[in-house]
Write a protein that binds this ligand. Structure first.
Ligand SMILES: Cc1cc2nc3c(=O)[nH]c(=O)nc-3n(C[C@H](O)[C@H](O)[C@H](O)COP(=O)(O)OP(=O)(O)OC[C@H]3O[C@@H](n4cnc5c(N)ncnc54)[C@H](O)[C@@H]3O)c2cc1C
Length: 460
């Protein structure tokens, strides 16, 4: 039996702590926030509930195998994609139905989707035998050389999309899977194309009450397993005697000895601060950072018929959008926007007759235009370059901006709202963001109706 310290109480850290404890070790988990879950977080206000991080669950059996008893709900329509030309693709869980939908959407491309799906399945199977089978670096017992070729090494996700699809919109749909990992489809490896094999095979799921319920379930299992959990406890340093780790130092100055330390935080945090290692840090820095999300939470009056749980509204020029984010390092003028509305499948997420929703687009923290992206404690970046002279929130508000000099700012610049309105067929008319003390909030217009002060009322 070893003394093990786990750093980080996100899903990864919690599961690692649980498995180590069940394997007979004495485990202590340190989480710097005052709650467990990490990015699996939520915010509630005035009868509305918002997931701040994950909204779509895949492979729920992984949680069941750990002992989580909660039942998830399978979504029939995984996501609805709207493209700049106004066309709509509905992604159904059932692969045959999805192929038929692709054929309707872009005649002649149904067979191409079937071929793409077959490739994705092979890629996923190969990943299960290798990448998911155990620690990276250890030779996987069931792997074989063909598995290397199955992941299309050397090809980007966009390159993979070009291999299968003639239709530009379908390439954009494939490219979207890169954003699951905060990456650009023009740089991310083709292996991310295995995700559709999971979503269209095992399905995409929702957890009633919101995905953060899983964090509560895991916390209960940690308790049952006897893991000592310390929240509000920041690990400042991992101690080492030059050969192996010997424990940690907490921000409070306290020292704790351990036979092993498992850090489930960003690698840059580990090699930059906790256990400084210049060589490894340089390698990570060379990869660059992944993209951040600009997130808005909106509770609105009324219901919009036909709105699905998950929608993606694509930009008109995907290549330019990612060049903005990863090369020019500015928030994209025409962003792809994800809209999640959990109240579609779960009335507990909003007050009767109302909707809760969140929408986000990817961007990067660096901007040129006076202002900066700030990292919030949730791990999400928010824009804090407030304009001194705000426009009003009413008609004529020409961008993601709103009233109140000094407390309001623009999100992605003039034109973004207009292009969103165009791309959602007029559904999403305006989106205004207000911020106070670094907290971004939203007041919103939906389906041509102004929702008076939905944001300003909450966040005052
Ligand atoms: C907006 C958004 C949407 C997403 N949507 C989905 C989705 O729909 N489906 C999906 O599967 N995934 C989604 N993801 C990804 C998913 O949220 C993450 O992959 C997952 O939550 C990561 O869990 P983790 O435990 O590895 O890390 P984290 O959740 O980041 O946990 C790390 C924890 O370590 C703590 N920590 C760090 N340093 C220290 C320290 N020195 N001392 C103590 N504690 C420390 C942090 O406070 C944090 O709680 C989404 C992510 C975001 C941001």
């Amino acid at each position: 039996m070893a003394e093990v310290i786990v750093v980080g109480g996100g899903v990864g850290g919690m599961v690692a702590a649980l498995l180590l404890s069940r394997a007979g070790h004495r485990v202590r988990l340190h989480e710097q926030l005052d709650r467990l879950g990490g990015k699996l977080a939520e915010r509630g206000r005035d009868g509305f509930a918002f997931s701040l991080g994950p909204s779509l669950l895949t492979l729920p059996e992984v949680f069941h195998e750990l002992g989580v008893a909660r039942e998830a709900v399978a979504l029939d329509e995984l996501c609805r994609y709207r493209f700049a030309d106004g066309s709509v693709l509905r992604a159904y869980r059932d692969p045959d139905r999805m192929a038929a939908e692709v054929e309707r959407f872009a005649p002649g491309q149904g067979a191409a989707w079937e071929a793409f799906y077959a490739w994705a399945r092979k890629c996923f199977e190969a990943s299960q035998r290798t990448f998911f089978a155990g620690p990276v670096g250890r030779r996987p017992p069931d792997g074989n050389p063909a598995d290397l070729l199955a992941v299309a090494p050397g090809r980007t996700l966009h390159g993979l999309a070009r291999r299968f699809f003639d239709d530009r919109r379908l390439r954009q749909y494939v490219g979207r899977y890169a954003t699951y990992a905060g990456s650009s489809p023009y740089r991310a490896p083709a292996a991310l194309g295995c995700v559709p094999a999971i979503e269209h095979g095992a399905g995409g799921w929702y957890v009633p009450g919101g995905l953060p319920r899983l964090a509560e379930d895991l916390a209960g299992l940690l308790d049952d397993a006897g893991v000592e959990v310390r929240t509000g406890s920041t690990v400042a340093r991992v101690l080492s005697d030059g050969e192996s780790v010997t424990g940690v130092v907490l921000a409070s100055g306290e020292r704790e000895a351990a036979d092993a330390v498992l850090v489930n935080a960003d690698a840059a945090e580990l090699y930059g601060r906790l256990l400084p290692d210049r060589r490894r840090l340089r390698r990570i820095a060379g990869l660059g950072t992944s993209s951040s999300a600009f997130l808005m939470l909106a509770g609105v009056d009324g219901r919009t018929d036909g709105l699905p749980h998950h929608s993606v509204v694509f930009s008109g020029d995907y290549r330019r959008e990612f060049a903005d984010i990863f090369q020019r390092r500015v928030p994209p003028e025409d962003p792809t926007v994800y809209i999640g509305c959990s109240a579609v499948d779960d009335p507990s997420q909003a007050r009767p007759g109302r909707r809760t929703g969140r929408c986000w687009s990817t961007s990067r923290r660096a901007t040129r235009s006076g202002g900066r992206w700030r990292r919030r404690r949730t791990g999400i970046w928010s824009w804090s370059g407030w304009r001194a002279a705000g426009t009003t929130c009413r008609d004529g508000c020409g961008s993601w901006s709103c009233s109140r000099p000094r407390t309001c700012g623009t999100g992605t610049g003039p034109g973004a709202e207009r292009s969103m309105a165009r791309r959602t067929g007029g559904g999403w008319r305006r989106c205004a963001v207000r911020a106070t003390a670094g907290r971004a909030a939203a007041c919103t217009w939906w389906a041509g109706r102004c929702i008076p002060g939905a944001g300003s009322r909450w966040w005052r």
